[in-house]
Design a protein around this ligand. Structure first.
Ligand code: F6P
Length: 320
């Protein structure tokens, strides 16, 4: 393979730049030409494709966001869009493509691969909802951002003897909420995988208050059935404790990537380039139990995500 390209797609995540840097530099090291595609599949359809050199990825390893920009492309969701994307790659003589993004981006990559393009997918999303990799690029940084917020909110919550509902990202996957709750000491964590038990949440707040707790932190993933406003009002009326809500939103998508995210991004990107160089078929590259892994796209997309019930139960035990 002589010419490859890289793009970032879907919601940005900290570590995407580290992955782009590794694709470009490892690709050049193997004697390949490496192209960057701007604005994900949207930019692909518009031919926003330029050659990258080693310097073009200098000074980006530590930055959040993505120098290639990203988009959620409606046009690429259609069969015609995918066909045009594959044609565009052929027009530029690009034989292999590295896609850094979440599950929607991976599905797009699978469609592209059916048009004869070899695609390597890297797990780029803060949500940690890709089943084939233990963690996704950006997840660790996002959870650390949430932990920083919890520390600050705890100060003001305890000063006022309040309950604080913190809403974090994660549409279908509660991992950000769960890991932040585990490491941040939340009283309760609400995730889309488990039906909300409002009685249990209120009971924990009341019992905590009887034991002398000055404040309560409730972490709620955005994908759970109630809005944070509704939840805060319900908790306040049931417990009699003043309750505030904070929606952390896009704060979680920014910031300098942590060691874990830079490492995950760099190792998986290097592996993706190695596979392209070796003329492999399309793969999803991730990490499992400390090792880099590569699965066929179809297998990666159909792997069931196991909800970590042990962590969920442990949070309850620890908050008693
Ligand atoms: O997929 C990452 C994510 O940040 C989700 O947690 C969130 O639900 C979504 O993206 C927000 O997407 P957008 O930036 O398109 O509003």
């Amino acid at each position: 393979m002589k010419r490859i390209a890289v793009l970032t797609s879907g919601g940005d995540s900290p570590g995407m730049n580290a992955a782009i840097r590794a694709v470009v530099r490892c690709g050049i090291d193997k004697g390949m030409e490496v192209y960057g595609i701007s604005r994900g599949y949207e930019g692909l359809l518009d031919g926003e494709i330029r050659q990258m050199d080693r310097n073009s990825v200098g000074d980006i390893l530590h930055r959040g966001g993505t120098i290639l920009k990203t988009a959620r492309s409606e046009r690429f969701r259609t069969a015609d869009g995918v066909k045009k994307g594959a044609e565009m790659l052929r027009t530029f003589g690009i034989e292999g493509l590295v896609v850094i993004g979440g599950d929607g981006s991976m599905r797009g990559a699978r469609e592209l691969s059916q048009h004869g393009v070899t695609v390597m997918c890297l797990p780029g999303t803060i949500d940690n909802d890709l089943n084939y990799s233990d963690f996704t690029i950006g997840f660790d940084t996002a959870v650390n951002t949430v932990l920083e917020a919890i520390t600050k909110l705890r100060d003001t919550s305890s000063a006022h003897d309040r309950t604080t509902v913190i809403e974090v990202m994660g549409r279908h996957c509660g991992d950000i909420a769960m890991y932040a709750g585990l490491a941040g000491g939340a009283e309760a964590v609400l995730v889309p995988e488990v039906p909300v038990d409002i009685n249990e949440v209120c009971r924990r707040i009341i019992e905590g208050s009887h034991r002398g707790k000055l404040h309560s932190i409730i972490i709620k993933a955005e994908g759970t059935e109630m809005t944070s406003g509704e939840l805060a009002r319900l908790i306040e009326s049931r417990t009699g404790k003043e309750t505030r809500k904070v929606v952390l939103g896009y704060l979680q998508r920014g910031g300098n990537p942590t060691l874990n995210d830079r490492t995950l991004a760099t190792l998986t990107a290097a592996k993706a380039v190695e596979l392209l160089y070796a003329d492999s078929t399309s793969k999803a590259v991730g990490m499992s139990q400390g090792a880099v892994v590569a699965y066929d796209l179809e297998d990666a997309l159909t792997m069931p995500k196991e909800f970590n019930q042990n962590i969920y139960d442990l949070i309850s035990i620890l908050s008693k």
